[in-house]
Design a protein around this ligand. Sequence first.
Ligand SMILES: C[S@@+](CC[C@H](N)C(=O)[O-])C[C@H]1O[C@@H](n2cnc3c(N)ncnc32)[C@H](O)[C@@H]1O
Length: 233
Amino acid sequence: MDDGLLEGQLAYYRARADEYDEWFLRSGQYDRGPVWNRRWFLELERVRRELDRFGPMGEVLELACGTGLWTVELARHAAGITAVDASPEVLDINRARLQEACAEISVRYVRADLFDWSPDDAYDVVFFGFWLSHVPPGRFAAFWDLVRSALRPGGRAFFVDSLRPEAPAEKRRLGWTPGDHTMLRRLNDGREYRIVKIFYDPVDLEARLADMGWRFSVRRTENHLLYGFGEPR
Ligand SMILES: C[S@@+](CC[C@H](N)C(=O)[O-])C[C@H]1O[C@@H](n2cnc3c(N)ncnc32)[C@H](O)[C@@H]1O
């Protein structure tokens, strides 16, 4: 039912590959001014520290790895990384970033559609950054089954994602309407795409994961980020 939406979502990320990092780095259309930006970077730093404490060691699977903004963080801990994404454009950027930042780590790149892919190995850690919010509601359970199936006994998962915006101005800027699980996104050249975007409440998500057999801790930073870590029960 959501095939067209998912195709559009992937087309958006493929077309956005070269400008994706502007969002993370808060430049261009994503610059919200020094105060807002500073808070964003502080909150990102908090999640990075949480990821360090979690320790993504051993063999790590990164789902929807994108341009490598989190792959470089994983590379500081992991023995090996398998990085999966459906966009060849972001995989190229990821590869170049990793070669420059930490050429000593071996990263295996897999170009695959995560809605039609099964892990071909078992991992100590599965990580996904800013991906859960792009999984349509009807595919939520199947996605978590995929994560579970990728883990070795004793394996763990960690994710980070966007927290629901509270400020009316930010909601307007994002074009987000509560109750709608899609959002319109615009590239720098003005092209528009509709994508899936779901904001989870930390308490609700933790309870839902518990019902599905996960022991997960879901937390938030002050304004911007949702993150969680845990393991199958
Ligand atoms: C919001 S970005 C997150 C990238 C990266 N994890 C990060 O945090 O910077 C979403 C990523 O999902 C990828 N993607 C979109 N649809 C996909 C699909 N069906 N299968 C695999 N990857 C997909 C995009 O290419 C993009 O790299």
